[in-house]
Every structure is written in C-alpha cells, then in structure tokens.
Design a protein around this ligand. Structure first.
Ligand code: COA
Length: 430
C-alpha cells in the first residue's frame, strides 16, 4: 500500500471515533514528569488537535518533580509522610510560584496551536481560574499536613461555561478555601475529582509506562473497574487503578492510561480499535450461558433470600443439582447475577426461578435472560412459555405474557399446583 493509501485508510478508519468524541468532555492529566518529557511538544500538538476536532478538554497538571528539583537546588526538602506531602506555610509561596510558572508554560505552548500544520496559530483559548475549592487535610495520626489540602468542591458549572466557549480549561494543583487560604493538592487525585464532577466521558492519565501490564509483562488493553482478582501492580499503577476505578464507579465512562514517552500514544488510544494503553471501563464483561454443575452454589446464593421471603418456592440443593441443565444464567466476573429455569411439559415450557440479584436489577438483564430462555424453548420445539408468579405479574405482562386460568396448566404440571400459594398463571406464545 502506498503511503497516501495508508493515510486515506487510517483517516477513514478513524472517522467513527472523530464523530464519537466530538462535544464530549475529556479530562487529561499531565504530571510533572510528563511535563519534562522530550515528547511534550507532540503531546501538546495532539491536545490542540483534539480541541480543533471539537473535544471539550480539561487539562490537569502536576508539579511534584519541578518542586522537588527547585527545593533540592536550595538544599531544602519537601517531607512525604504516609504517601502525602506535608506543605508548611513557608514553602507554600515557593510552590505557588513554581505552579504558576508551569501553568504559564503550558498556556504558552498551547498558544502555538498545531505546530507545522494549517491550524498553526488558530488561536486556542486556554482558561484557568479558581475552579477548585479545597479544605485542609488536617492532622492525621498526629501529623499536621498544614497547607496540604484535599478537594472540597469543583466548580463544574464554571468549567462547563468555558468549555461551551471552546476553551481548554487548565487546572493546577492548587485549591482555595472560602476563608482565602491556599492549599497544595495531590494533582493525580484532583484529575479524578474533576472528571467525576464534570461527569466526563474520559479521564486520561499520561504515564511513564504505556499502560498496566499483566503478569507476562504484556500491556492489558482493557481492565474492568471492579475486577475481583486484580493483577499485581506497582504502587504507582495501583494508585492509578484505584483512582480510575473510583472514577468509573462514580460516573466517568472510561479511563485510560497512556504513555507520555511514545509519540502519538494518545491519538492511537483514542482513534484506533486496539488503542495503545490500558482502558479501564465501568461495564463489566457479562455472559449469558447454560448453567453447569459448578454454578449450583452461586444459584443457591442468588435465590435463597427470595425463597426465605416466600417469593420463590424452596428448592433443595439436590433438586437444583439434578435440574441444573434446565437453568440459564448471567455471569459477571465469576458471580452469578441472574438465573432462570425452563421445564418442558409436552408442548409448553414453564419459566421458573427467574431472579436478578438486587444490585443488578433494572439493567434489562431479566429481559435478556427471558429472551435467551425463549430461544432455548423454541429450539426444543415448545409452542408457549408459562409462568406462575405471586409478585411479578406486571413484569411478565410487560414482557408479552397474558393472564390465564390455572386450568390451562399442562396436565403434568397441574397436579403440582400449590393452591396455598395461589400464584397467578401467565402464558406467552412463542
Ligand atoms: C423480575 C426480575 C427478575 C426483573 O429483573 P431485572 O433484571 O430488574 O429486569 P429488567 O431490567 O429487564 O426489568 C426491569 C423493569 O421491570 C420492572 N419490574 C421489576 N420487578 C417488577 C415487578 N414485580 N412488577 C412490575 N415491574 C417490575 C422494573 O421497575 C423495571 O422497570 P423500568 O424498565 O421501567 O425501570 C427481578 O425484579 C427479580 O429478581 N424479582 C424477584 C424474583 C421474582 O419475582 N421472579 C419472578 C418469579 S419467577
């Protein structure tokens, strides 16, 4: 393929992503180390490119390396206790100055726009301000963290107004209290706080590593925020994974960890199918499948509380074991969160024991499981599904079932009908 053809193919392949990202809010994090990287001019150019494509961008920056360096030059030190910096008031002035310098440097770089492109000098507006309200960390385990602060509130409306105007919002790791005090903030967690407050679609951390690696050293392109068996991570990766998982749980759609060393890592992550780094997502991998004997404990765990409440008829372990093949389940990261059983009686099938775990209800899982059981029933040549229910009548009606008389129960089932439970009978043709 000639070079031009490759470009055209790449451009066409990336067009769905361009559409998907337009008008979406992304929060990007550039730590002090990334700001020292030789690749910084390329990253800045890529940020300007995203802005020109209509992505709403908030850039949170760090400053720890620059502050460390300057204090070291003056033979001063910046104390770290319990993984947190202690900021004495006498250092705060210097820290504010260094952060101000970094802010000005980023603004200047973004003002150059897209270097070597027709967009050069296109006039990107960069806005920074008092968007972060802070509170002191205070005294923890006897340690006074002085002017080290924590996020109290993000002025999401103020930031959104600037984004609406097409500006890139630059957030520095400083926060202000209502009493006028200035606090030095942990920039990495500030980025997550900003993304959560803005309900951002993406939170992207630039890291010295290209992503989170698995035990074979390969980059994991995707991780679920709620993985039950996390892979072993370095303390830095662990902290990023913790923050990104929290952000996902609190409404951010996707978080990404991309390299600040590799040229184009950000664009590759955003505009190609496989990406370049690690994507952390909220939605976990779920699978609908037929149950196997190993699922018996999980099914019992799911249905037992409903049996105790009298919503479902009690089934013994032995019964479930012997009927396990009738069950269909939804499994999420090893946890059974939805189940249902199908018992054929001549041409009809009974749908029974349909349950979604309370934490996962109202996510259309009951409906998906019903569809799957209907497919199973059709494959078995059944012509209708029926259900006996005491408390979920409306749910079944809303899913195409029609109330009938228990006399319509197939003969093989009629003899087991429990008149004491007085369940209603519903049927759905297939
Ligand atoms: C019925 C049940 C399986 C639905 O599971 P689910 O995964 O939440 O199902 P869906 O997400 O597809 O459907 C959710 C919708 O049904 C509604 N719904 C849930 N239970 C209902 C009920 N008993 N009556 C009427 N509507 C009900 C919800 O309000 C929601 O409505 P919405 O779409 O307007 O928000 C679940 O509520 C459950 O486990 N109930 C207890 C067990 C039970 O009664 N099983 C049936 C007897 S076999």
């Amino acid at each position: 393929m000639s070079d031009n053809k490759k470009h055209i193919k790449w451009f066409r392949d990336s067009s769905p992503y361009i559409n998907a990202h337009r008008h979406k809010t992304f929060v990007l994090y550039l730590g002090g180390d990334a700001l020292e990287s030789a690749n910084l001019p390329n990253i800045i150019a890529d940020i300007a490119l995203l802005n020109s494509l209509g992505v709403r961008l908030v850039l949170v920056h760090g400053a720890a390396q620059q502050i460390d360096q300057q204090l070291q030059n003056q033979s001063k030190s910046w104390e770290i206790l319990d993984n947190k910096r202690v900021t004495p008031p006498e250092l705060l002035r210097e820290i504010v100055q260094i952060i101000g310098g970094i802010r000005a440097n980023i603004e200047a770089r973004l003002s150059m726009g897209l270097v070597n492109s027709p967009m050069h000098g296109s006039g990107i507006t960069v806005v920074s301000g008092n968007f972060v309200k802070a509170k002191p960390v205070g005294i923890v385990d006897g340690i006074d963290f002085q002017n080290t602060g924590a996020t109290r509130r993000i002025d999401a409306d103020g930031i959104c107004q600037q984004l609406d105007n097409g500006a890139i919002v630059l957030v520095s790791p400083l926060g202000y209290s209502p009493s006028g005090e200035t606090f030095n903030l942990d920039s990495i967690s500030l980025a997550a706080d900003v993304a959560i407050a803005l309900n951002a679609v993406k939170l992207i951390y630039f890291s010295s590593e290209p992503g989170i690696r698995d035990s074979d050293g390969k980059i994991r392109s995707e991780l679920q925020a709620d993985i039950t068996s996390p892979i072993s991570m370095s303390p830095a990766e662990d902290y990023l994974f913790y923050l990104t998982s929290q952000a996902c749980r609190k409404g951010v759609d996707r978080c990404h960890i991309v390299s600040y060393v590799k040229d184009g890592a950000l664009l590759e992550e955003l505009f190609t199918r496989d990406g370049s780094g690690t994507q952390i997502t909220r939605v976990s991998y779920e699978q609908i499948r037929k149950a196997v004997p190993e699922d018996v404990p999980g099914i019992i765990h799911l249905i037992e509380p409903l049996e105790q409440e009298g919503i479902l008829v009690k089934r013994s372990r032995e019964l479930i074991e012997s009927e396990i093949e009738q069950f269909t389940i939804i499994e999420r990261d090893g946890l059974i969160i939805c189940c249902g059983a199908l018992y054929p009686f001549a041409a009809k099938g009974e749908l029974a024991c349909l349950v979604t775990h309370p934490d996962y209800r109202e996510g259309d899982r009951g409906e998906s499981l019903l569809s799957s059981i209907e497919e199973r029933a059709k494959l078995q040549g059944l012509t209708s599904l029926f259900v006996l229910t005491t408390q979920s009548a409306h749910w079944f009606v809303e899913h195409g079932f029609v109330e009938g008389n228990v006399s319509a129960l197939p003969d093989g089932r009629k003899s087991f009908y429990n008149y004491q439970r007085n369940s209603k009978f519903f049927e759905k043709p297939l």
